[in-house]
Design a protein around this ligand. Structure first.
Ligand code: MYR
Length: 416
């Protein structure tokens, strides 16, 4: 039994800020390991990468999620007491609500149809030849689509403000200073808004509707109690916010169409699978959520290394999605790699790994995939656009990462 390889730096918080998505894989390369111990803001932390580490991370007798997300991420991105922080039976029970609401093919199709209609409506109003910041528009269209789908009233006059608040929650967890505090404020206002909707729904009594708002308002825990309104709001926001976050992948999809123009022909042809492969490759290749966090539940040994109980552990999503042992030439954008992908649960971690039912894998993964397909189809089939000169570079030190220009397009022709 060996002790975990140790990062020689006294503290690596600065290095994490500097290297962002590449922090764990970079250290692993230097230390010739898949797992190491480091210190972040003086706190001991274990970091790991790769499919085998992912398999370990999802063993529920070894890891717990409760309290693992840093407070600054809970106060901005995830909220407090949401499904991400539950373990065991309470997690399974709450997760079932999400699975029922988000993973039924009929519901996903309903959202996809709405989303497509919102892209058409937005484009019908957009003056041709006027520059559009695609990331900003995608956030708004996603916000409109998901609120309508969830049964949450959203007056047109509030759309910009609500979409921006979700954007700030997503953007601020790993940021310092003002950007971070804006994210906290955005979460507070979103929680107030959605809590009020939950309370209104409860005051009116159950309706004969299958909306998400109804489902979350009336969801009962394993003891048969309604969730506190604030927790129901956190959970409903756990549907709305990540849906708005798909704008990041949509933006990278447009970047990929631009930087790898060879993908256009198969996307334009009626190749039955290419669009799926393209979307999978965007989700693998580009940065999204950087790491997952959990605590070791007990002491154990893995690959000869000794893990102590109660250690905060980070699993590298981006590094695993780019691990050359899992992916041939991982830094090449190649949708066709998915033509013979065995669909295993531990190599593509864009929305987490393992299963939806028993683990913390994101139940919105199918929605993410489907809405990306809607948007890419729309761009390819209905829109002719130019990409004006702009700064398309993005930094892997920024979490979340995004092209500096937020992807500007200039629509020149639109075919409804
Ligand atoms: C969501 O809304 O849940 C999806 C957000 C995706 C991008 C978020 C990037 C956050 C960066 C901080 C994570 C640190 C984890 C330890």
């Amino acid at each position: 039994m060996a002790t975990l390889p140790q990062d020689p730096a006294l503290d690596s918080a600065f290095s994490l800020l500097r290297h962002g998505y590449r922090f764990i894989s970079g250290k692993c390369r230097t230390l010739h390991t898949d797992v190491f111990r480091t210190r972040l803001l003086l706190r001991p932390v274990v970091c790991m990468q790769g499919a085998e580490a992912a398999r370990l991370f999802y063993e529920q007798d070894k890891f717990l999620r409760h309290g693992a997300m840093p407070a600054r991420i809970q106060k901005t991105l995830t909220g407090v007491d949401g499904v991400q922080s539950l373990d065991g039976q309470p997690h399974r029970h709450r997760k079932h609500l999400f699975i029922r609401q988000l993973m039924s093919p009929a519901r996903i199709e309903a959202l996809a149809t709405l989303h497509q209609a919102h892209w058409h409506a937005a484009m019908a109003q957009w003056p041709l030849n006027r520059r559009m910041v695609l990331f900003d528009e995608a956030q708004k269209i996603l916000c409109q689509s998901v609120c309508a789908w969830a049964g949450i009233p959203l007056p047109a006059s509030e759309l910009n403000q609500r979409a921006q608040a979700f954007g700030r929650m997503i953007d601020s967890g790993a940021r310092l200073g003002l950007a971070h505090w804006r994210g906290r404020r955005a979460r507070k206002s979103a929680e107030q808004w959605i809590s009020a909707e939950i309370k209104k729904t409860r005051a009116t009594g159950p309706e004969n509707s299958d909306s998400l708002l109804q489902a979350f308002a009336w969801h009962r825990d394993e003891q048969g109690h309604l969730l506190p309104a604030g927790v129901a709001a956190v959970e409903l926001i756990n549907v709305l916010r990540p849906t708005v976050a798909i704008a990041q992948f949509m933006t990278f999809s447009v970047l990929a169409l631009h930087e790898y123009p060879y993908v256009r022909a198969p996307l334009e042809s009626s190749h039955p699978d290419y669009l799926d492969w393209f979307v999978l490759e965007v989700r693998r290749f580009y940065p999204f959520f950087p790491f997952l966090a959990a605590y070791t539940r007990q002491a154990f040994t893995w690959q000869g290394f000794e893990f102590q109980k109660g250690m905060l552990t980070l699993l590298d999503i981006y590094g695993t999605n780019h691990d050359p042992r899992c992916w041939y030439q991982p830094d090449t954008f190649n949708p066709e790699r998915f033509s013979n992908w065995p669909q295993d649960h531990y190599t593509l971690l864009a929305n987490g790994g393992a299963t939806y039912e028993h683990h913390h894998r994101c139940p919105g993964e199918w929605i993410t995939h489907r809405l990306m397909k809607v948007m890419v189809r729309f761009l390819v089939d209905n829109l002719h656009y130019e990409i004006p000169a702009q700064d398309l570079s993005f930094s892997l030190a920024d979490m979340p990462a995004l092209p500096k220009s937020r992807m500007i397009i200039r629509p020149v022709a639109y075919q409804p």
